[in-house]
Design a protein around this ligand. Structure first.
Ligand SMILES: [Zn+2]
Length: 262
């Protein structure tokens, strides 16, 4: 009888332990899921989550400028990592609508979602990006709510979550405008580590990757660039050449033809 009771107790303990472990395992995932659902709800009510609009002279509230982690120094502590794939997608998306073959007055902004994961040290890894749309020279938004849901599902399929958003500032440098801060505030309200990537394709010149990754202090409404690291070996000196090579592909054309193919 006594043995039976202690056996029962140990089974109970084992089940308890199992449940605890399971909960622990699923907790983060569940929280992210909740956030994503909330985000979708919010988007359906409040389109401004995915919208960015720039004043001609944006009010810049800028704090300390960090050294951007495109340098080779190993001892710089990175706050966020970004994959080469993500960089090439953001850069090629921005360049599709703002490049030397398009008159500068016709350059427009692009916008998209950042997909990533958190490692066991709590560091964010931006693994992929999802181009969502383009707008005017100072304005871009995710127009179709259905596309937002489609992207959300694709991101989930890859076992990533929406960890922020990106948009371009064709030729007017990287910063967070007042309107960008509004959008970022909504992302960070949903998930405090959400980031905003801003790219100026004009700055991809072989000396700069042309983008910054920002986070904001919601209390003071100040924004600051994060020190980022690039996952894998990407020499930014090669970036213009790589993107130039990719350009026909971006436009849906073959990168090159054999002589008898034209
Ligand atoms: Zn902006």
């Amino acid at each position: 009888m006594e043995n039976e009771r202690s056996a029962n107790d140990s089974i109970k303990e084992a089940i308890k332990k199992k449940i605890k472990e399971k909960l622990k395992e699923e907790l983060l995932e569940e929280i992210y899921e909740e956030l994503k659902l909330e985000e979708i709800d919010l988007t359906s009510e409040d389109k401004s989550l995915t919208k960015t609009l720039h004043s001609i002279k944006p009010e810049i509230k800028k704090t300390k400028k960090e050294v951007v982690g495109t340098k080779m120094e190993e001892n710089i502590e990175r706050e966020v990592f970004i994959s080469v794939k993500a960089i090439l997608k953001v850069a090629s998306h921005a360049l599709k609508y703002a490049n030397s073959k398009v008159p500068k007055e016709k350059w427009v902004e692009v916008i998209g979602l950042l997909a990533g994961k958190i490692d066991n040290k709590g560091i964010l890894h931006i693994e992929d990006v999802f181009p969502m749309g383009h707008g005017t020279s100072v304005y871009a938004e995710i127009k179709d709510y259905k596309n937002y849901v489609r992207a959300f599902k694709d991101i989930k399929k890859q076992k990533y979550f929406i960890c922020g958003w990106y948009h371009s500032h064709p030729s007017y440098s990287c910063f967070m405008s007042k309107e960008d801060m509004g959008t970022q505030t909504r992302y960070q309200t949903l998930w405090e580590k959400a980031v905003a990537l801003v790219i100026d394709p004009y700055q991809i010149d072989g000396t700069s990757a042309g983008f910054e990754i920002y986070r904001a202090n919601l209390k003071t409404q100040e924004w600051f660039p994060l020190v980022y690291g690039i996952k894998g070996a990407l020499d930014i000196r090669m970036l213009p050449e790589i993107l130039e090579f990719m350009r026909p592909i971006i436009d849906g054309k073959p990168a090159y033809l054999e002589y008898d193919e034209d």
